[in-house]
Design a protein around this ligand. Sequence first.
Ligand code: F6P
Length: 322
Amino acid sequence: MGCKTISILTSGGDAPGMNAAIRAIVRASISNGIKVLGVRRGFNGLINGDVFEMNIRSVSDIIHKGGTILYTARSPEFRTQQSVLKAAKVCGELGIDSVIVIGGDGSFKGARSLSKMGIPCIGIPGTIDNDIACSEYAIGYDTAMNTAMEMIDKIRDTAQSHDRCSIVEVMGRKCGDIALNTGIAVGATAILVPEVKYDIDKDIIDRIKFTQNIGKKHFIIIVAEGLKNVNKVSKEIKKRTGIDSRITILGHVQRGGTPTLKDRVMASKMGCMAVDMLIHGINDKIIAIKNDKVIYMDILKALSVKKHFDIELYRKALNISI
Ligand code: F6P
C-alpha cells in the first residue's frame, strides 16, 4: 500500500458538517492501517508544522457539532511559493504522504500548489456558499439554508404583525444559491442575486404593488450579500410605496449550528471516498456531486469549471411569489 500517513485540514470559512467529514476520514484511514495527522488552522498549520496524531476516539461525539475541531483559517500566505515549499518540507519531515483539504475554491488552489510539489492531495467541497463550480453541493450549504429559513420564519411573524416589509440579507459571497433557495422556502416577494441583473422598479416596487393590490400586507425580500444594497432597497421601498421596512443581516449565524442529516451523510460519504481514492493511488482530484452522485475530477479541470446558476428555478420562484 502506497499511502501510509494522511493528513487532514479544513480551510477557508468553516461549514457545518466539516466535523462529520473529519470523522469519516479518520475512521476510514485507521481501519485501513493508515496513520492520520490532523493539521490545525488550515494551510497555516501545515506551514508551521502544527499537527497532531488522531485516533479513533479523537473524533468521538463530533458528528453533530458545527464548526471544525481542526480550526480553520484563510491563508493568504499560502499563495507564495516560499510557503508552499515550506509546507512541502514539513510534510516530508513528518512523513505525510497525502493531504485531504476540506474547503472551497481558494483552498483547492492551495491543494493544487501542494500537489505540484509532489504531495498527493484530495479536495472535499466544504463551504456554506455552494459556490464551488464543479460540484452541485458543498458541505454546510444545506445546514446554512435551513438556518436561514428558520430565522426568516421568525422574522415573518413580526413582519406580519406590523404589515411591514422585511429585507433579509443572506450569505453566499458572489453566489446566489442560498438566497434563491431560502427565498423559495419562505415565499419571498422578491429575491435579489448577483447572477441576475435587477431593476428596482420592475423587480421590487412593481412586485410589491402588484401583490399588495391582490391582498398581500407584508413582504419578505431576500438579498444575497454579494449585492451589498439592503439599505438602498429599504429606502426606495419606503419612498415609493410608503411601506415600512426592517433590515436583518443574518450573517455568521448561518455558518454555525448542528449540521443537518444531509450535510452529515454527504460529508461522511465524501470523507470515505477521499481515503479510498488515496489508497488506490488516485490523487490531485476534487470530489464533487454531479447529478446527485459522488464523483471526482482533476483539480485543475475542477478549478476551470464555470458556476451554473439555476435560472429556471429563479423564474419559477418569481412566478409563485405573489
Ligand atoms: O465563504 C463563507 C462566508 O461565510 C461567506 O458567505 C462570507 O462572505 C464570508 O465567508 C465571511 O467571511 P469571514 O467569516 O471571514 O468574515
